[in-house]
Design a protein around this ligand. Structure first.
Ligand code: PEP
Ligand code: MN
Length: 338
C-alpha cells in the first residue's frame, strides 16, 4: 500500500499518517517527492484496509501495490495454467469449445446433441440438470434424473460433461457426474458453494457474476484455489449495463486484463452474453481474436422447442457454420481448435 499525500499536506499531517501506520502494527516508509510525499507500507501479511488512512487530514489517496489475490494472480504463478479433463485440456495454444443445450430436457435430445458434437470433434457437452431460473414457475431442470441422462450420454459417446451446481446439497451428485462443475453467474459470490467446490476433485468453470468486477471475480476464484482446487476456468458471460439491445453486455474487454493479472484460462459465453442466436457467431469470433481460451455455446437440436434459452441457441447447421469460421480464423492466429 502506498499512501499519497496532498500537495499542500503539512509535516504534522504526514507525521500523523506515519504514526497511524505504526499503530496498525505496520512499518511506514515516507518517500518525499518534488511536489508531494508518499508513504509506503510494509510488514503486512494480508491486504491492508485503506479506510482508516484515507480519512486522515492531508491524505489524497491510498494505492494498493500488491494484489489481493495471491493464487489466481500471475505474481505467484507467471505461466498460463492448463486445466485438464479426461477428454481434453483448456489452456494456452488450444481453443476449447464446450457446447450443448441450456437444459437437459430428455434423454433423446441429449443423446442426439452428444452424438452430433462428437461427430464434429467437440470433447465437452454442457447441459444443466439444475437450472437457476429467474421465475420459480419456469422449467427448473430435471435435477438428479438429468444427471443420470448426462452420465449415460458420456458412457454412450465418451463426451465429457460440464454441468451446473446450484447448491451444496447436490454437490456430491454433480461432482460424481461432471467432468467440469459449472458455477453460474448468480452464484459467483456464494461463498459456501465456492468453499464446497474448492474441495472437489473436478475442475470448476466459474462464470463471472453479472455485476462483478474483475477483482471480485478473481477473488471468487481465489476461494476455490485457496481451498485446494487449482483447476479453475473463468467464463465471461456478459454483465448488466444500460444497453437494452442485447440480453447482457458481453465484456470482451475483460480478457486482456484478466490475462495480464491471472494465469487462469478464460472462456467466453456469447450465448448468454447476447441472448440472440444471430449475435452469437460474430461475438464468438471476436472472443477468439481477443485471446480467449475457448467458448461455451448453447446448441440445441430444435432451438424453437427448447425449454430454456431457445432464442440464443444455435441449431446444428448454424453451429457447423460457426465452427468452420472459427477454424479459419484460428489458423492465422496460431491457435488450434480443441
Ligand atoms: C447457463 O449456462 O445456462 C446459465 C444459467 O448461465 P449464467 O449463469 O451465465 O446465467
Ligand atoms: Mn442457458
Amino acid at each position: 500500500m502506498l499512501v499519497v499525500m496532498q500537495v499542500n499536506a503539512t509535516a504534522e499531517q504526514i507525521q500523523a499518517v506515519v504514526e497511524t501506520i505504526r499503530e496498525m502494527g505496520l512499518t511506514p516508509h515516507p518517500l518525499p517527492g518534488s511536489t508531494r510525499t508518499a508513504i509506503g507500507i510494509t510488514g503486512n501479511t494480508g491486504a491492508v484496509d485503506p479506510r482508516r488512512l484515507e480519512v486522515l487530514p492531508g491524505v489524497l489517496e491510498c494505492i494498493r501495490v500488491t494484489k489481493p489475490f495471491k493464487l489466481t494472480g500471475r505474481e505467484m504463478h507467471p505461466e498460463d495454467s492448463v486445466v485438464r479433463t479426461p477428454q481434453t485440456r483448456i489452456g494456452p495454444g488450444t481453443f476449447t469449445i464446450i457446447a450443448g443445450p441450456c437444459s437437459v430436457e430428455n434423454e433423446a435430445m441429449i443423446f442426439k446433441t452428444a452424438e452430433y458434437l462428437v461427430s464434429r470433434g467437440i470433447k465437452l457437452l454442457r447441459a444443466g440438470a439444475f437450472k437457476p431460473r429467474t421465475s420459480p414457475y419456469a422449467f427448473q431442470g430435471l435435477g438428479l434424473e438429468g444427471l443420470e441422462i448426462l452420465k449415460r450420454a458420456r458412457e454412450r459417446t465418451g463426451i465429457g460433461i460440464v454441468t451446473e451446481l446450484l447448491d451444496t446439497e447436490n454437490a456430491d451428485a454433480v461432482e460424481e457426474v461432471a467432468d467440469i462443475i459449472q458455477i453460474g453467474t448468480r452464484n459467483m459470490q456464494n461463498f459456501a458453494l465456492l468453499r464446497r467446490v474448492s474441495r472437489a476433485q473436478k475442475p470448476v468453470l466459474l462464470k463471472r457474476g453479472m455485476a462483478a468486477t474483475l477483482e471480485e471475480w478473481l477473488l471468487a476464484a481465489e476461494y476455490v484455489m485457496s481451498g485446494g482446487n487449482w483447476q479453475v476456468v473463468l467464463c465471461e458471460r456478459g454483465v448488466r449495463t444500460f444497453s437494452d439491445h442485447s440480453r447482457n453486455t458481453l465484456d470482451l474487454s475483460v480478457i486482456p486484463p484478466a490475462k495480464l493479472l491471472s494465469h487462469l484460462p478464460i472462456l467466453v459465453d456469447p450465448s448468454h452474453g447476447t441472448g440472440k442466436r444471430d449475435f452469437v457467431p460474430p461475438m464468438a469470433l471476436a472472443a477468439l481474436a481477443a485471446g480467449a481460451d475457448g467458448l461455451l455455446i448453447e446448441v440445441h437440436p430444435q432451438p424453437e422447442r427448447a425449454l430454456s434459452d431457445g432464442a440464443q441457441s444455435l441449431d446444428f447447421a448454424q453451429f457447423d457454420k460457426l465452427l468452420d469460421m472459427l477454424h479459419r480464423l484460428a489458423e492465422p492466429l496460431g491457435r488450434t481448435l480443441a
